[in-house]
Every structure is written in structure tokens, then in C-alpha cells.
Design a protein around this ligand. Structure first.
Ligand SMILES: [Zn+2]
Length: 210
């Protein structure tokens, strides 16, 4: 039976609770499982997250190889290759859930909070950081009494929501969402606790909330 977005999210959140509690069960692959995977893949979720080496998507959701399709860029900023990879997951593999995975202490978001006239960043980094700036601006406007640390923490959640919104610029993804073939949920992973918390969802409920 096809996994629903709710079942997929439930499974990931249960895995994250095991991970945060230091009770992981999955992530290893036996020779038998490897040969079973030769038949093909049917992942339950697409994880689109930041490249930060401290965030290990398969570990934090306690899943096995074959269960999640992972795409990562700094600050989970989208480009055409990212969108195409997610469209592949949604349209070709029929994956029912997209999780946008931000994290606390994100260097990309922190860089986007630096003054715009600071020393220019090398290569294509400037453009990447510019893509995150709207989230930082929105965070700054939310409350004038915030410390810089609070602005960045708020911007991290808003940047996840920005990535979620930008996914809908893809007509393929937008159509799949409209047809309820896929749901998008945003989470922030806390480096300190190991737990994820939801910062936005597009028509998906966990069975716990329902
Ligand atoms: Zn990051």
C-alpha cells in the first residue's frame, strides 16, 4: 500500500524522537537489505536540507537506506537542479512528503544577516546568501527589541518557510500539492537537543495532532 504523507511524517518524527533519545535502530544496511534494494526504490520522503556537516539527515530521522531521497544546499537555497531533483522524487517516484530541513546555528543564515556592504563573498556565495536575505529582513521586522542572536534564530525558521514557498514556483510541485499527491512540511533541527520542531506545513497533519 502506498505510504501517505501523514504516515511518512509520523515515521520520520518517531525516528527523530529515537535519535534525540539516543535510541536509534536503523541506518545500517545488511547484505540482504542491499540486495532487496536492487529491485528499486520507493522512498517515503524527500529531505531538502542545509549542507551543514553537523546535520545528518538519515541519522536524525533514524531511517534506512532507500527510505529518504536527500538533496542539500547551503541554507537549503533552491536552484534548477534542486527543483528538478525534487520534481523527480514527486512525479517519477511518487514520494508523498517533502521535508524542508533547516537547523539552528546555520552559517548560511548567519552570513545573510551580515551588513550588505560588508566585504563581498567569493564566487557564487554572494548570490546564495542574497537568496536568504528576505528571511532575515522579515525576522528583523518582526520585533524591534530582538538581539542579533534572536533575529538569526527567527530567520532560520522563516528561511525554511521561504524554501517551502519557493518550491511552489515549480508548476510540477505546485500541481502535485494541489492534487494532494504530496505535502510539504518545514522543520528546524536543534543541534543542541537533536530534536526537530515544525515551523510550517502545507496540508499535512501527523496522526498525533489529528
Ligand atoms: Zn546551515
Amino acid at each position: 500500500m502506498q505510504t501517505t504523507s501523514t504516515q511518512a511524517l509520523d515515521r520520520l518524527l518517531a525516528g527523530n524522537r529515537r535519535f534525540a533519545a539516543g535510541e536509534t535502530r536503523y541506518g545500517q544496511i545488511s547484505r540482504r537489505a542491499r540486495s532487496e534494494l536492487l529491485a528499486g526504490q520507493q522512498p517515503l520522503a524527500i529531505l531538502f536540507g542545509c549542507v551543514d556537516s553537523r546535520v545528518s539527515p538519515t541519522a536524525i530521522f533514524d531511517v534506512d537506506p532507500g527510505e529518504v531521497l536527500i538533496i542539500r544546499t547551503a541554507g537549503q537555497v533552491l536552484d534548477d537542479a534542486v527543483i528538478a531533483s525534487i520534481e523527480f522524487g514527486v512525479d517519477v517516484l511518487d514520494i508523498p512528503l517533502i521535508v524542508v530541513l533547516g537547523h539552528t546555528h546555520c552559517g548560511a543564515v548567519t552570513a545573510a544577516a551580515q551588513p550588505i556592504d560588508a566585504a563581498p563573498l567569493p564566487g557564487k556565495l554572494g548570490g546564495l546568501v542574497d537568496a536568504i536575505r528576505p528571511a532575515v529582513e522579515q525576522a528583523r521586522q518582526a520585533d524591534s527589541r530582538q538581539t542579533e542572536e534572536e533575529v538569526i534564530a527567527r530567520a532560520i525558521g522563516l528561511n525554511v518557510q521561504l524554501s517551502m514557498q519557493n518550491l511552489l514556483d515549480s508548476p510540477v510541485i505546485a500541481a502535485a500539492v494541489a492534487a494532494e499527491r504530496v505535502s510539504i512540511v518545514g522543520v528546524v533541527y536543534d543541534l543542541a537537543t537533536g530534536a526537530v520542531s515544525e515551523v510550517g506545513a502545507n496540508e499535512v497533519t501527523t496522526s498525533e495532532r489529528a
